[in-house]
Each structure stands twice: as structure tokens, then as C-alpha cells.
Design a protein around this ligand. Structure first.
Ligand SMILES: C[S@@+](CC[C@H](N)C(=O)[O-])C[C@H]1O[C@@H](n2cnc3c(N)ncnc32)[C@H](O)[C@@H]1O
Length: 502
């Protein structure tokens, strides 16, 4: 085994082309015993070739592995069966695996074949598994794989949420942004029931679809509460969770909101794979119409512990995020999109000319322009690539009636630009560099200058809305603090601040 691993590590370093052109023919010319001693090559081909971009090399590797399924050596067949699912396995590979399963009398090999069939199996595998010809192959897993491949298994954003009127939703957000989420929900025909740290609990007052809910821009994720498991460490907790997953409400929601057979994954911190399997099996026994698919599920069952027990929620996995339809590209330090939407809401009323001195890929400018009232916007950033991204994103957002200008420059030089002459700007809105992901040599100096430059370009009554990572205030400048709140920026706290130019 040790020499297998050593050989594998060595072969893994070779390029895909060389493995196939030199190592594979040499392997094929060996005797059975010699091939067994070099099975590490099969593993290396699986790892290296499946990760390369050349489709022809991948097809060659797949054909080779399929042929090895008929090898006289059990170990060779077993290794080939393990590597096959790494490639786009089709009907020919499925049939090779099924043939090998029929012919095999070795437990170890059959277990491996079962695992691979669960990953790549199609209708033929399902038929074989349902009629008991493939012991060890889980019908549930094959069905989940098939559902994944079917066209209709995506979320139906336009489907009405069952029991829509009076339906409770949990709108999760970064801590500190709850009031923006609550305000937006109230304006979108939801009644806010309760506001907790990082979660707004709202009840729909009218029929709604996910598409309609996702017109709100300040929340991060939306979930439907399924229930509470009071004693999550009890022996019965896994079955209680399975009962919620397979319960009437969860199934009705999943079936209504998914085109094909609904697939879910379980998000339960610290749970072992065996526990997840047990829960999935129990839920399948109760309701075979919804399938566990840890790989690419349409729904997530989120289990979070609290003082009262474990809260179980059903969360549609809405990807790609429809609210970001305009995002063509993003800088590395791009804003968390709902935070950009909240900054935009914090500056509503400041209409006219707006400026983001650290525009990056331009999220705040786009979000603010979506709210209306903007006649002209200016985005500046020291990085020319970021400026290009902001320009492309703004163009993709297709907001009419707003003149836009994007320029690469240090924010301190911006007041010299004709478009930002002193006293003309209504709003400076920005998520500046915070000195976390990218080090900023003089963060204090940068924020002191941001205050100065903002005071200079803003018209009287104009607003500066930004994220402040420092406890720094403008000194001797005509900027009066209007609002300040602490916001979680993904593991560390900053302040969202609003100043008015007096
Ligand atoms: C947190 S990012 C902005 C993210 C942006 N809101 C977005 O959604 O993509 C901060 C930006 O400030 C820019 N920056 C850093 N120092 C600057 C300076 N002195 N003048 C102008 N831009 C600067 C960086 O290039 C970076 O794009």
C-alpha cells in the first residue's frame, strides 16, 4: 500500500498527455501481477486527466478505464471502477460497470462497483437495483442522480408558494442590516412578525412566488421554517428531522417549487456522513418522492442550534442569484451584494448626482440607481481593471435616464474632475477599502481624506453614506452625523454611517 501511494504521488506529477502516451501503453503491456503492482497509475490517470482541459485526452482516459473493467485482475478492475465516475460516464460506462457487477464474486469489488454505479448510474442501473440485481446499490441514490440529470429539476421561481397568504418566511441577513430587510419586506406585502439578530421573520400578506420575493434586495437568504427539534442530542432526533423533511409542509413546498423530483441536502454542522445517511434513509422511507442529493441539491435543509432546540428550515438554493443579473464581473474585494443594497437604501432621498470614490465593480452605484432619483453617477477607483468592471456592470444593468462616468484615479484627485466640481454632488456612497482583505498602508489617513474630499464635493444637505472600519470622525468639517449602526461584515464589525453636509 505504501509503495502504491509513493508511485501514485510520483505519477500524479506527470502531465496528462504523458500519462496517456507513455505510462498507459507500458501498463497495458505488463503481466497481470505486474499490473496489480502498478494500479497507482489508474488512480493518477483519474486525478490528472479528469482535471485537464483537453476533452480528447479525457475521452481516451475514459475508454481505457472502461476497457480495464474487463481486466483479469480484481484490483485493476476495482481501481478502474473507482476512477470512472471522475469522467463524463455515459451508457457504455454504465453498462461496463453493470457487467462487472454481474461477473464479480468479490465483496470488495462489488462494494466499489456499487458506489460508482450510485454516482453514474442511469435508467439501466435503476432497473437493475429495483429488481435486486445490484446488491449494495441504493435505489434512492440512483434516483437522485437521475433527477439531477433531468431538465426539469431546477427551481421554479415563478411558481406560487403553497399556502402563500400567511406563509412565514425567515429572511436572513448580516447582523446590523435587519431594519433594512424589515422595511423592504413591509413594502413588499409581508407583515414583519419579529426581528432577531440576523433574521427577519415575516408573514406573507398575499400570494407570492420566489421571483417576487427575490425582488427584495437587502436580505441574504430566504427560508421556510419547518419546525423545532427540542432535544437535538436525543436518540430520536434524527428521526424527528427526517419526519420534518418528509412532512406534509416540506413536501408540498418542495414539489411546488421544483420542476422535477425535488432534491435536498442537509446542512447540519458537525454531523457525520453516517448520520446524514441515516436521516436521508429515514426520510426516503417516509416519502420516496423527495430525494437526498448532497452534491447539487435544489433545496437545503438547514439545521441551526439555539437555546430552544434545533431550528429546521427549508431553503431554496437560488443560484445564480437573480438579483445579480447585471454582474458581469467582480473585483476580489467586491461588496456583499445585500450590503450594497442596504447602503443604497440608507441613502434614499439623496437624489441627483452620486459618486462612489472606491467603486470597485460598481455594486453600490447600480443598487442606488435602481432606487431611482439619480440623474448622473460617477465611479472612480485607483484600479483601471475595476473601473472597466464597474462600467460593464452598469451597462448590463440597463438603467435608463442616468448619465454614467467611470474613471481610474486616486479618490483624492477626484475633486479636480470636471464632473465632481465642489458643492455639486448629492451623495457620496461607498464601501471603501477596509484594510482586511487588502492591506492599506495608512487607513487613518485614507478615511480622514475621505471626509475632507466628501465635504468638498457635496452640496449643502448632501449625504456621505459609507462603511467605516475605524472609530474616526470628521474633525473641523461641515459634516454632521445622522445615523450610525454596527454591521457584521462577515466575521468582523464595522459601522454603517450617514453624514449630512451642513
Ligand atoms: C471594497 S472595494 C470596493 C468594492 C465595490 N463596492 C464593489 O462592489 O466591487 C475597495 C476598492 O477601493 C479601491 N481603492 C483602494 N485605494 C484607493 C484609492 N486611494 N483611490 C481610489 N480607489 C481606491 C480598490 O481598488 C477597490 O476596488
Amino acid at each position: 500500500m505504501r509503495s502504491d501511494n509513493e508511485l501514485y504521488r510520483r505519477l500524479r506529477e506527470l502531465p496528462a498527455g504523458r500519462l496517456l502516451a507513455e505510462e498507459v501503453p507500458a501498463f497495458d503491456a505488463l503481466t497481470g501481477r505486474e499490473r496489480v503492482a502498478r494500479v497507482a497509475l489508474i488512480r493518477a490517470v483519474g486525478t490528472v486527466v479528469s482535471a485537464c482541459a483537453d476533452e480528447r485526452l479525457k475521452a481516451r482516459a475514459r475508454d481505457w478505464l472502461r476497457a480495464l473493467m474487463k481486466d483479469g485482475e480484481e484490483k485493476v478492475r476495482r481501481y478502474a471502477a473507482a476512477a470512472l465516475p471522475k469522467f463524463q460516464a455515459g451508457a457504455a460506462e454504465e453498462s461496463a460497470l453493470l457487467e462487472a457487477m454481474k461477473a464479480s464474486h468479490e465483496d470488495r469489488e462489488r462494494r466499489r462497483l456499487a458506489q460508482s454505479l450510485e454516482r453514474v448510474g442511469g435508467e439501466a442501473t435503476l432497473r437493475a437495483a429495483e429488481s435486486g440485481q445490484t446488491p449494495g446499490v441504493s435505489v434512492r441514490k440512483v434516483k437522485a442522480g437521475l433527477a439531477r440529470k433531468s431538465d426539469g429539476s431546477a427551481l421554479r421561481m415563478e411558481a406560487e408558494v403553497p399556502g402563500a397568504s400567511g406563509r412565514v418566511v425567515h429572511l436572513r441577513c448580516r447582523r446590523g442590516l435587519e431594519s433594512f430587510v424589515a422595511e423592504e419586506a413591509a413594502a413588499a406585502e409581508f407583515k414583519v412578525r419579529e426581528v432577531r439578530a440576523g433574521c427577519v421573520i415575516a408573514e406573507s400578506a398575499a400570494a407570492f412566488t420566489l421571483a417576487k420575493a427575490y425582488r427584495m434586495r437587502c436580505f441574504d437568504t430566504l427560508a421556510f421554517p419547518l419546525g423545532l427539534i427540542k432535544n437535538p442530542s436525543s436518540a430520536g432526533a434524527p428521526d424527528a428531522l427526517a419526519a420534518l423533511i418528509a412532512g406534509r409542509d416540506a413536501v408540498a413546498l418542495m414539489k411546488a417549487l421544483c420542476g422535477g423530483p425535488p432534491r435536498y441536502r442537509i446542512s447540519l454542522a458537525g454531523a457525520s456522513a453516517a448520520l446524514m445517511e441515516r436521516i436521508a434513509e429515514a426520510a426516503y422511507a417516509l416519502e420516496p418522492g423527495v430525494l437526498n442529493d448532497p452534491k447539487s441539491a435544489v433545496f437545503s435543509i438547514d439545521v441551526t442550534s439555539g437555546a430552544a432546540g434545533a431550528l429546521v428550515e427549508l431553503r431554496p438554493r437560488v443560484t445564480p442569484n437573480p438579483r445579480m443579473h447585471y454582474r458581469v464581473d467582480a473585483v476580489d474585494a467586491a461588496s456583499h451584494p445585500p450590503l450594497a443594497a442596504c447602503l443604497a437604501r440608507a441613502s434614499s432621498g439623496a437624489d441627483g448626482v452620486i459618486w462612489d470614490p472606491f467603486c470597485g465593480s460598481g455594486l453600490e452605484l447600480v443598487e442606488r440607481a435602481f432606487l431611482g432619483g439619480v440623474t448622473r453617477l460617477v465611479g472612480t477607483d485607483i484600479d483601471p481593471a475595476a473601473v472597466e468592471m464597474a462600467r460593464a456592470n452598469f451597462a448590463a444593468a440597463q438603467i435608463s435616464g442616468v448619465k454614467a462616468e467611470f474613471l481610474a484615479c486616486d479618490f483624492r484627485d477626484s475633486p479636480r474632475l470636471a464632473s465632481l466640481s465642489p458643492g455639486t454632488v448629492s451623495l457620496v456612497i461607498t464601501n471603501p477599502p477596509l484594510g482586511r482583505r487588502v492591506r492599506v498602508p495608512d487607513l487613518h489617513g485614507l478615511f480622514a481624506d475621505l471626509f475632507k474630499v466628501s465635504a468638498q464635493v457635496l452640496r449643502p444637505g448632501g449625504l456621505l453614506v459609507f462603511i467605516n472600519p475605524l472609530r474616526l470622525e470628521p474633525e473641523g468639517l461641515p459634516l454632521a452625523l445622522q445615523h450610525r449602526r454596527t454591521v457584521d461584515l462577515g466575521g468582523y464589525d464595522c459601522r454603517l454611517e450617514v453624514y449630512r453636509r451642513s
